[in-house]
Design a protein. Sequence first.
Length: 392
Amino acid sequence: MSASMPKPKDTFIPNTPDELTAAWVGEALRGAGETCTVDDIRVEPLGGGVGMTGQTVRVRIEGDGAPATAVAKFAASQAQTRGITESYDSYAREIRFYERYAERVPVRTPKYLGADYDPGTHGQPGPVVVRIIESLPVGVKRWISRNTVKYMRPTKRRYALLIEDMGDAGAVYGLGEPPGDDELRAALTALAGVHASFWKSPELDQDDETFVQMVTSTPTLLSDVARTAALSVAEARYDWCGPAERAALEAATHRFPENIARANERWALVHGDSRSDNFMFSPDGEAIILDWAMVSRGHPGFDVGYLLSSCLDADRIDSLGSLVEHYHGTLAGLGVDFDPAELRRGVDAAYEINAVLQLLTLTVFEGQGDNTGSEMADLWLPRVAAGLTHTW
């Protein structure tokens, strides 16, 4: 990634919460259109959920015309987590979303209050390297998977994003205690608003700086590793993984490349990481969408299936069909004519994609210390399996 990395900016950009200053906060706020002065700031920890990929803090601000508080986001302090996240340019991608799209998304999301970052690009391999990787023997692919995370080197780029502090605006449901069906309908309504606002937009096609390939550019590598290395781990680890579940998970690994292609069909602006703890639910029933680091252009069914797969246990999976119908009806009410069969194909693809990703967390990402390993799979994988074995 660093060989062709552009030079960093010659201006001060805080790279950690400790580097945040009143002067920078004031400049960021004014750059975002706030008329204010900032005399002093105080930084406080802000708790996160499972799978955090960056540092997030609350900033208390003293000054004229400035918000009393804001949330500041920085890259992860853990080198491997940062390297993986930078490979998708996710820190800069979230900033570009707020700069270019947030004001035009007709749903509630934190207000943009300023940002800065060093120039650079994503770390995904180019087409020639992808073809080489995808054609390697399975044994070599498994070796690569065991060493990929270890050699994901972070860059020296700096990223700082300042957004509205949503504070007590609503409740956030983690993977351990997912939201109920009423909250899921609110989240699906919000996602439909996002999708409809940029439906088949030529602007998305032209913005290659912001958007990169969703999920992975090497699907055969990941599917082979999931099938030959991770599936047996899941079967031994989980009592719920019987013959039907194992067969469904294995089928998902075989279909992973075609599902990745479907997820990347350019229908709309998609959130890309629409699991339950990236929503906040207000007392009036509104869903506020958080964390846009994986925003992309893709199939709307990916967002729908990704959300539902993070929430619906086996005892709730019968709600899947009605929740998807709610999303489709909301989208239609916003003027979008979308084939319900195509939506279902997108939802099914999301479930199968997540099956592979959660299998991989048991092997590739296990033990990284940021809850991206078995802690997440233990919660998410049985829900995915429930969806894969459900007839709807």
